[in-house]
Ligand binder design. Structure first.
Ligand SMILES: *Cc1c(COP(=O)(O)O)cnc(C)c1O
Length: 383
């Protein structure tokens, strides 16, 4: 198979690394590495029409994905997720163009699947046999099922109060699960300390270059579903930030190959009141975020006190003319009821947080009734 991956490049200092070997972060500055592709070549040779005969899965965008040989793809059927016109919910809020990208349909029940399908496939291609992850929950479930499918060992570190669904599913899929007394950031420290001795490759959010490549396919699908036009606003529940950072990167690639124009959606990052480091940094006009103390929220995917990509998330919000807001757990609970009542879409607390943000965004004029707004329902309901 022909591939267009050229190299890895540091998102901060620009230092480059060959893609044929495993890399985590930039060795000079410790920041995330991005995959870079031969976009000029694709500009001439790859057109949206080429997609028409391909199956509806994220692998349809393989030219802009990092797996060099299709033989290494580890797949559980990563279906394109529907973009649903939420007419009743829109009417409730006075928005005629309210849409929901429903990521709950993916294998393992959340959008984390996109990133881990990519990271595990690439790990397989690179001959890696042991993967370790600190997780707030859904990433661990996604890694466990893809690692099982690939015949790779998964080592999971997550808070002991992670939702039972995540703990159970990791164990059911045969992963090595360690529950810790602390948060995802503490789990990350354990992985960092032990990985060299244990021979683990660390697939922490954005400390591994390929999960974000999977996440960017959310943006590709959205653009394709809207006829290669982007909406006015994307509202996204933000934890580690791969969703926002990935879509932003993906849109830039689509522009460079000539598939979309210059217009970008305003990115609105939603966090929970009990863990809102990005919102705090945004409101203070800072370009990086401080660690959030005593993080707590029912939205476990948003319980990320410190994100390595903080500067990239904040930069995306700023460049897109967006904003960051937080919502209470009570508002999240109310929205977990409102969304299914109005639209029949069952949701996780993180997805509900985007619905919960609408009232304040409309009342302060951040969004207006004529905007085309896309909410990301990042996962399904789990009891
Ligand atoms: C991890 C997670 C998030 C946060 O996503 P990022 O892209 O890491 O910011 C949101 N929703 C759910 C359901 C998650 O599992």
């Amino acid at each position: 198979m022909q591939h267009y991956l050229i190299q890895l490049e540091c998102s901060k200092c620009g230092e480059t690394y060959p893609h044929a070997k495993p890399h985590n972060v930039c060795l000079s500055c410790g920041k995330p590495l991005f995959a870079r592709y031969a976009l000029e070549q694709l500009f001439d040779s790859w057109k949206p029409e080429h997609l028409l005969s391909r199956p509806p899965s994220l692998w349809r965008y393989k030219e802009l994905l990092p797996v060099c040989d299709e033989e290494h793809i580890v797949s559980l059927g990563e279906t394109m997720t529907p973009l649903i016109h939420a007419k009743s919910l829109g009417e409730h809020f006075g928005l005629s163009e309210l849409w929901i990208k429903d990521e709950s349909r993916l294998p393992s029940g959340s959008f984390k699947t996109r990133g881990l399908a990519m990271a595990v496939s690439k790990a397989k291609e690179l001959g890696i046999t042991k993967l370790a992850i600190p997780s707030a929950g859904n990433a661990a479930t996604a890694l466990s099922v893809y690692a099982a499918c690939a015949g790779i060992q998964a080592y999971i570190f997550m808070p002991k109060d992670t939702p039972a669904f995540n703990i159970d599913t990791c164990r059911l899929a045969g992963a090595n699960v360690t529950l810790i007394d602390g948060l995802i950031s503490d789990a990350g420290k354990i992985v960092a300390e032990r990985k060299a001795d244990e021979g683990w490759f660390d697939v922490s959010t954005l400390k591994e270059p390929y999960r974000v490549e999977g996440k960017k396919t959310m943006g590709f699908e959205l653009a394709e579903q809207l006829g290669w036009k982007l909406p006015d606003v994307i509202i996204y529940p933000t934890g580690g930030g791969t969703g926002i950072v990935g879509m932003w990167k993906g849109f830039s690639e689509l522009e460079k190959i000539g598939w979309i124009g210059k217009k970008r959606p305003r990115f609105i990052s939603v966090q929970a009141d009990g863990c809102a480091p990005i919102v705090k940094a945004w409101e203070a006009g800072k370009s990086s975020a401080e660690t959030w103390q005593n993080a707590h929220t029912i939205a476990s995917g948003l319980r990320v006190p410190q994100a390595i990509a903080d500067f990239l998330i904040l930069d995306t919000i700023q460049k897109s003319n967006g904003t960051a807001v937080s919502v209470t757990d009570d508002a999240i609970r109310d929205s977990m009821q409102l969304l299914p009542t109005k639209e029949g879409i069952l949701t996780c607390p993180e997805g509900a947080a985007t619905v919960a943000s609408l009232e304040q965004l409309l009342s302060d004029g951040t969004i207006t009734s004529s905007d085309q707004v896309v909410l990301f329902n990042t996962g399904g309901y789990q009891s």
